[in-house]
Design a protein around this ligand. Structure first.
Ligand SMILES: Nc1nc2c(ncn2[C@@H]2O[C@H](COP(=O)(O)OP(=O)(O)OP(=O)(O)O)[C@@H](O)[C@H]2O)c(=O)[nH]1
Length: 538
């Protein structure tokens, strides 16, 4: 989420963190808020409630959990208090008004009943003649009325006279002690206005002022009329109001408590389902299996959880497919690497083998080339090789001096073959070649010319030195130890030096003639050709 982005744990966390296809993540947009956001990384679900920390996101704390619950309950409490307060106030004022109205009506009924029970003649007698017996009867009736109705505090009969009011009788035990201020200000005010029908003092003012409530009714007709009044016990009225308030308050408190319990249940249910969604977010983010659900209620939250589960299942499925594809790809890569390695090794082996074969072939070719220029029996150059060397020597002699040649032939070699066999003849040839090499110091300028004939090229060597070497060779062969006791081998040699401007064939021809002359001279001899002049050296 916006990230942080965590290294993906194995399994789904990794899958979600690395999952390129699932462009969905669960994110926290703030405290107590769940959100599903779009992004490549699926790193965090800020979940209400306890749980392990998620990568890249601070998880919701216990305080946040309480906060959402407390907020919910506080908001509910505020609504409940406002609603219940308004309802209670309405109920209180409505019921108390009705109660006060009923009290007023009852007071009016009482005053009317008392008025009906009084004898107007007794009242006149009392008023006009101060008839004490009439006064006692009136007072007695008033007291009985008070006695039968305990809510009534007192009753009285008065005679309004303009601004003044004469008190004729009361329900009090001792009428004589009635003082002039017996009447209340409100009663005096009502009397001043004139009492035509039964009236009651302002009941609400009396209730709020905790004053006595009075009801007055006219007796007789003007100009001489009287008024009977009753007073309701203020304490009784207050008691009724207190009872009403208490009842209202208890009902309110009960309602608030009930509402709080319901709010708590609602908050718990909501919190539980938010936690459930949070657990699903964590499970999805950490690659765990989906937690077990709970019995759905069927509200919007259930649909959100169901949608989330469906989305999470699709993500898990996509992730599993992707992991399977990755595994297959990894295995294919591994197989491919193995194949490449095997092919590379095979190519390297083939290359080594090819190199070895090339080297072997080069060696064979070198051997073949050498064999093509070498005599197989003696190891000396063969005639062809010597002829190529002679051509080069001739070219070289044109610029830098000449060369001399020796042609040597074993004497009576046929007889050796015939007498000792070709095997001995071959051994004699090999031994003579070795002597030739010893003389030369190498085998690069000595060749087997053919049969029992040998040829020696002496580059830069003059005729005299060539004669000396020919003589030395002849002496070596003469002294040579042969493979057969008593067998003596001798050599006849012709020596020539190439002349300036002379062609090779002419030089070789002169050397060959010198050899024939050595044979003719009795063999075991050296004949040198000085130009076309031949001389025997030994
Ligand atoms: N053992 C053996 N004999 C060879 C070889 N090449 C040639 N010969 C023999 O050498 C002999 C040469 O004989 P000739 O040409 O008559 O000459 P020669 O017997 O040496 O007589 P002169 O040259 O006159 O002294 C022949 O009998 C050939 O068969 C070889 O490689 N090995």
């Amino acid at each position: 989420m916006p990230e942080q982005r965590g290294k993906a744990p194995a399994g789904h966390a990794a899958m979600l963190q690395n999952y390129a296809g699932a462009r969905c993540r669960v994110a926290s947009a703030g405290a107590n808020t769940l959100a599903v956001a779009s992004n490549r990384t699926f790193s965090t679900c800020p979940i209400l409630g306890s749980g392990s920390a998620l990568p890249g996101r601070e998880r919701a704390t216990g305080e946040q959990v309480l906060t959402i619950k407390r907020r919910l309950m506080l908001s509910h409490l505020a609504v409940i208090l406002l609603g219940a307060g308004a309802l209670g106030a309405y109920m209180y004022w409505s019921v108390s008004g009705q109660m006060l109205d009923a009290v007023g009506l009852r007071l009016l009924d009482n005053v009317r009943l008392i008025e009906a029970s009084l004898d107007l003649d007794d009242i006149r007698a009392l008023s006009d003649r101060a008839d004490s017996a009439a006064g006692e009867r009136i007072a007695g009736r008033l007291r009985r009325a008070i006695k039968t109705n305990p809510d009534l505090a007192s009753a009285y009969v008065v005679e309004p006279r303009g601004e003044a009011v004469r008190i004729l009788a009361t329900s009090l035990p001792d009428n004589a002690s009635v003082r002039s201020d017996f009447l209340t200000l409100e009663e005096n005010e009502l009397l001043r206005r004139g009492i035509e029908h039964a009236v009651v003092s302002n009941i609400r003012t009396a209730a709020s002022a905790r004053a006595e409530l009075s009801a007055l009714s006219s007796i007789g007709t003007a100009p001489q009329h009287y008024v009977v009044g009753v007073r309701l016990d203020a304490e009784s009225l207050q008691r009724s109001l207190r009872t009403l308030r208490l009842t209202t308050l208890v009902a309110l408190l009960f309602g608030v408590l009930l509402a709080l319990v319901l709010s708590r249940l609602l908050a718990d249910s909501l919190q539980k389902r938010i936690r459930l969604l949070g657990e699903r977010c964590r499970a999805l983010a950490t690659g765990q299996a989906r937690p077990a659900g709970q019995t759905p209620i069927g509200d919007e939250f259930d649909r959100v959880i169901a949608d989330f589960d469906a989305t999470a299942d699709r993500l898990r499925e996509a992730s599993a497919q992707r992991e399977a594809a990755l595994t297959a790809l990894t295995q294919a890569n591994a197989r491919l690497e193995n194949q490449v390695e095997e092919r590379t090794q095979a190519i390297e082996d083939a290359t080594h083998q090819l190199k070895a074969e090339i080297e072997n072939r080069l060696q064979v070719e070198a051997l073949l080339a050498e064999a093509a220029l070498t005599d197989g029996l003696t190891g000396l150059l063969n005639r062809r090789a010597m002829l190529e060397m002679l051509v080069q020597a001739v070219k070289a002699s044109r610029g830098q001096g000449g060369f001399s040649v020796i042609l040597a032939d074993i004497d009576q070699f046929k007889r050796i073959n015939d007498q000792y066999g070709h095997g001995v003849g071959d051994q004699v040839l090999t031994a003579a070649a070795q002597e030739l090499e010893k003389l030369q110091g190498d085998n690069r300028h000595a060749a087997r010319w053919g049969g029992e004939e040998f040829f020696v090229l002496l580059p830069g060597i003059g005729l005299m030195e060539a004669c000396r070497r020919a003589e030395e060779l002849r002496a070596r062969i003469e002294r040579m130890v042969t493979p057969v006791r008593g067998l003596r081998v001798t050599l006849s040699l012709g020596v020539a030096e190439i002349q300036p401007g002379e062609v090779l064939e002419e030089c070789l021809k002169r050397c060959d003639q010198a050899l024939y002359r050595a044979k003719d001279a009795g063999r075991n001899a050296v004949v040198v050709a000085r130009g076309n002049v031949f001389a025997t050296m030994s």
